[in-house]
Design a protein around this ligand. Structure first.
Ligand code: SF4
Ligand code: SF4
Length: 281
């Protein structure tokens, strides 16, 4: 089972929930795909065993072969190329590494060059496997790093994925790779608004969804009513607990700061499995 823990916005407790599930379920893998701000390691505290550079291919031109015809720039829908009468420029940050410019070049003047994009960190905590993606500062394309992390998803155990927040293509990349999306929601006006956007986006993918309401004793009940109206199963409600807030400031996972919630977290696994089975039927 692959469970993506997502949220409409940051700060709803997504990482607290994903790390708690991974720890409560025992022999699991936790993939931290929140590559622009990865912080699951702070709660998991894994022993790090590997680090790899994530790269992507960007075009470079062999000037002596280039006729400055401009076909490559015309082709590039991302405007990552500029062909001037005597110069050829590539804006690496805009390039999506599609390789199209190389194909359309009539003189084979374009070659591909590797550019560092981020880092892939692997490790473990007891039986829990840990994989984390980190996007380099200044880079604007998290999806290739996310795909590298997802590519390390093991087949022999449950996988919990800490998704990027929001209804972005990063989050949808993770949601598309999961069997179910568990949304961490908080009953504040911003939390409610962004939850609705995330639900709408995930529905387009056709993935089953469920919700955990964090700080469930806050707000006016509108998140709960929305879930009921939209037939979104609410699998767990976690009230605002002083010990959880204090534990987070000391980088303690929920399983340590509020161990009385662990049986609920364990039961949540069977509920998710049932929803996946129901959606596949
Ligand atoms: S398509 Fe090839 S030859 Fe034409 S401008 Fe681009 S690199 Fe130069
Ligand atoms: S590889 Fe694709 S996105 Fe990148 S510059 Fe070439 S055409 Fe544009």
């Amino acid at each position: 089972m692959k469970v993506a823990v997502a949220s409409g916005k940051g700060g709803t407790g997504k990482t607290i929930i994903s790390t708690a599930l991974a720890l409560a379920w025992g022999r699991t893998a936790l993939l931290d795909c929140d590559v622009e701000a990865p912080n699951a390691h702070l709660l998991i505290r894994p022993e790090i065993t590997g680090r790899e550079i994530v790269t992507r291919l960007v075009p470079r031109v062999e000037e002596e072969l280039c006729t400055h015809c401009g076909l490559c720039a015309e082709f590039c829908r991302y405007h990552a190329l500029a062909v001037l009468p005597k110069r050829w420029m590539v804006f690496d940050e805009l390039c999506h590494s599609c390789g199209g410019c190389q194909i359309v070049c009539p003189t084979d003047a374009i070659v591909e060059s590797s550019r560092p994009l981020g880092e892939l960190v692997t490790g473990h905590r007891d039986e829990l496997l840990f994989v984390q993606g980190i996007l380099n500062n200044g880079e604007t394309q998290p999806v290739p790093v996310i795909r590298e992390v997802l590519g390390r998803s093991p087949e022999d155990r449950d996988v919990v994925i800490d998704s990027p927040p929001g209804a972005s293509c990063s989050m949808l990349t993770v949601a598309a790779a999961a069997d179910i999306v568990l949304l961490a929601a908080e009953p504040t006006p911003f939390g409610f608004h962004d939850l609705k956007m995330a639900v709408r986006a995930i529905r387009e993918l056709g993935r089953p969804m469920a919700v955990v309401i964090n700080r469930s004793d806050w707000g006016d009940g509108s998140v709960r009513r929305f879930c009921d109206d939209e037939h979104l199963p609410v699998l767990l409600e976690i009230p605002h607990l002083r010990e959880v807030a204090e534990g987070y400031t000391r980088a303690l996972p929920l399983t340590q700061s509020a161990p009385h919630l662990t049986p609920d977290l364990i039961r949540l696994r069977a509920k998710l499995q049932a929803l996946i089975t129901e959606a596949a039927a």
